[in-house]
Design a protein around this ligand. Sequence first.
Ligand code: ATP
Ligand code: MG
Length: 164
Amino acid sequence: MNKLNLQNRYQFQALSESDTKRLATEMAKQTQAGIVITLDGDLGAGKTTFSQAFAKGIGITEIVNSPTFVIIKEYEGERLPLYHMDVYRLSIEEADELGLEEYFYGNGVCLVEWSSKITELLPSNRLEIFISHLGDQKREFEIIPRGELYINCCENMKKNGVLS
Ligand SMILES: Nc1ncnc2c1ncn2[C@@H]1O[C@H](COP(=O)(O)OP(=O)(O)OP(=O)(O)O)[C@@H](O)[C@H]1O
Ligand SMILES: [Mg+2]
């Protein structure tokens, strides 16, 4: 398989909330400075649940809440700052004015809920996560790495048996 194939797609099935948290914890282990992870899926799909476990995984001890009404929340991690965004309520113009690029191209870790609202502003290299709500606790994650760094992350998680 060509490792640089940008069409790579990976899957993860969650049968419970703890499975979602396990995925987030595994991803946090792969995390390095400057990464951008987008999270899309219906209301209640699990974007914030994922983000909370991810934050814990990178050593953030503060409580991570949904940033829906504040758009962006910054947390100081052990190694890296986390920028947790929810752009559901933003227009492209507003997002542009907020200067989100500074975060996307900075040295922290960005988690962007509802990123599809601002696709034009996203960096071309990113990890896209789409969550489908299949049932009470059942979720399907589709993960698309854009760029070599993210492909390597996914390949590592595939080798570890986390992603298929
Ligand atoms: N497998 C699962 N993964 C994630 N959350 C789950 C799962 N099963 C049940 N849940 C529940 O679903 C809800 C997910 O809510 P969450 O706030 O994470 O969604 P969201 O995608 O961020 O929604 P919003 O679009 O409103 O921001 C929580 O109440 C969580 O307990
Ligand atoms: Mg949310």
